[in-house]
Design a protein around this ligand. Structure first.
Ligand SMILES: [Zn+2]
Length: 246
């Protein structure tokens, strides 16, 4: 994992990862109109975060387009508006979890479908074990998240976990790096898809709790999450180098 000689170097790194995260979200079809946001905490102004401009397609976001938002929801760098729901959810998560560098949320199809079931994921595959004992269900829905109190309730439900299923809404993931938060989102979305497919075909066999817990430590740790993102970053930068424009 990288280390940095200065905050400006670390900031640039986080912004590059963030822009790449949006391109990957687009590539995987995690867009629905203007819904969805990924944030990266600023390494210096730690109550500020970088986020996508409201209304700019994920596939067109470059490093230079990212907005810096303060703890009051004001855009202090950039010329586009910020999504109110992005501020409300992510500011609460970043405030409640000092360990979290990045949080990701979008209205991806399978995460949304699974969220309608109002239940947690089962450890039915090796990959699903990344979420075993490490995701929460926000078992409520009260409309579009525009109230800071609702953001706090989501952050409270997330607790110390890496992810939450927001009932009737979609998925939320967090990480100690942008790399990790984006990877958990991608693999959680696919985990929802796999469980929906498997349950549609018939009864599933769950990995026993002891093995699921062991596997969680293997595939669900911070380094594994960071590492899994690296080939995706390399691929998207090779395909769409303009994402790095500053
Ligand atoms: Zn949403």
């Amino acid at each position: 994992m990288p280390s940095f000689g200065s905050v400006s170097e670390e900031r640039r790194h986080r912004k590059q990862r963030l822009a790449a995260g949006f391109r990957l979200f687009s590539r995987f079809g995690f867009d629905e109109g203007v819904a969805g946001h990924i944030t990266a905490r600023d390494p210096e102004l730690t109550d500020h975060f970088w986020v996508n401009p409201l209304g700019m397609h994920f596939s067109q976001i470059r490093v230079r387009d990212l907005l810096l938002v303060n703890d009051r929801g004001e855009v202090v760098e950039g010329n586009w508006p910020v999504n109110t729901a992005a501020f409300v959810i992510h500011s609460a998560v970043h405030a409640a979890r000092p360990d979290v560098v990045s949080a990701a949320h979008s209205h991806s199809t399978y995460g949304r479908a699974f969220s309608a079931l109002g239940r947690a994921l089962d450890p039915i595959t090796q990959d699903a074990c990344a979420f075993h004992g490490d995701h929460a269900l926000f078992d409520d829905y009260t409309g579009v998240v525009l109230d800071v109190e609702e953001g706090k309730r989501i952050a409270h439900a997330l607790g110390e976990h890496k992810a939450a299923i927001l009932r009737n809404h979609g998925l939320l993931t967090v990480g100690h790096s942008v790399d990790e938060a984006v990877w958990w989102f991608i693999t959680m979305e696919r985990t929802c898809q796999v469980q929906l497919l498997a349950e549609a075909a018939g009864p599933t066999t769950k990995i026993d709790p002891e093995m699921a817990a062991l596997t969680a430590t293997q595939v669900g740790n911070h380094v594994a999450g960071w590492y899994s993102f690296q080939p995706l970053f390399d691929r998207i930068v090779a395909e769409q180098p303009d994402l790095l424009e500053e």
